[in-house]
Design a protein around this ligand. Sequence first.
Ligand SMILES: Nc1ncnc2c1ncn2[C@@H]1O[C@H](COP(=O)(O)OP(=O)(O)O)[C@@H](O)[C@H]1O
Ligand SMILES: CC(=O)N[C@@H](CCC(=O)OP(=O)(O)O)C(=O)O
Length: 300
Amino acid sequence: MDKSMDKYLEKAEVLIEALPYIQRFNRKIIVVKYGGSAMVDEELKRNVIADVTLLKLVGFKPIIVHGGGKEISKWVEKSGMTPKFINGLRVTDEQTMEIAEMVLNRVNKSLVQLVEQLGVRAVGISGKDGGLLNVEKKYSDGQDIGFVGDVKSVNPKILYDLLEKDFLPIVCPIGMDDDYNTYNINADDAACAIARAVNAEKLAFLTDIEGVYKDPHDPSTLISELRIEEARGLIGSGFIGGGMLPKLNNCIEAIENGVSRVHILDGRIPHCLLLEIFTNKGIGTAILGDNESRYYHENE
Ligand SMILES: Nc1ncnc2c1ncn2[C@@H]1O[C@H](COP(=O)(O)OP(=O)(O)O)[C@@H](O)[C@H]1O
Ligand SMILES: CC(=O)N[C@@H](CCC(=O)OP(=O)(O)O)C(=O)O
């Protein structure tokens, strides 16, 4: 055969490899938590949005829940304040809350714009819309951290309505309490609560590290499959720190509450979402229930 045909054959093989996954996830909800470095770099941002748009176009029902912590910190500093975090959560006074809401809404609409440019209808909402995220004030180890919300309940009706009308929902992590006060929610917490409420088939956290390491100082200890009990053990061992701690706790909570598979992916790798979903190998760390494998079986 003509040598020049090889690269086309390779492309065809990639598509064939994707076929069972396209069938498996047809009409299934996939929640993508988008944050960290992949949000700051414009090219990576376009890649992530292109991937999610492709998922939508091949028949999945993706929902994006985004962060924007780095952008919020930039504007907090521009306002002459110093960003402050306790256990990974932003200490959010009234002025910081105002900045966070403005920044997150702006980020939200910029993501809508990118999706729309690719020809898919997107709707950007916050947890305030349609009563999506109802919160109560959160304390961190008993400390008052201001307007930080703990998700108490999720009303997913607005998401189901948007999905039914074929929109791609894009959600920013702001919510209200019973008295209609505005709260800042950690985007991982918001994504986990939403994935649980809609019984998502998959929850993927795009972050700025390869996945979970047994030892964060040794990249050769990257974990490909992590079962809930092992994850608890790792947390107990003290090897999980920083923002990975709440992330992993959210992963455990999601699996225990009906989300089938949870993934921590390196958002710095172009098209990490497609590589995880459409290839037999998968990447990053998959967090699984006790009897699950990260690879799907023919008879599942
Ligand atoms: N065992 C570990 N494995 C992987 N990452 C870890 C581990 N312990 C701590 N971390 C830190 O957690 C960070 C990811 O959390 P975070 O910065 O909150 O992500 P994001 O901003 O995407 O939500 C990594 O960049 C890493 O520095
Ligand atoms: C309470 C709290 O910490 N809220 C976060 C919300 C944004 C976020 O989580 O953004 P990333 O996912 O990009 O980190 C914050 O203010 O930074």
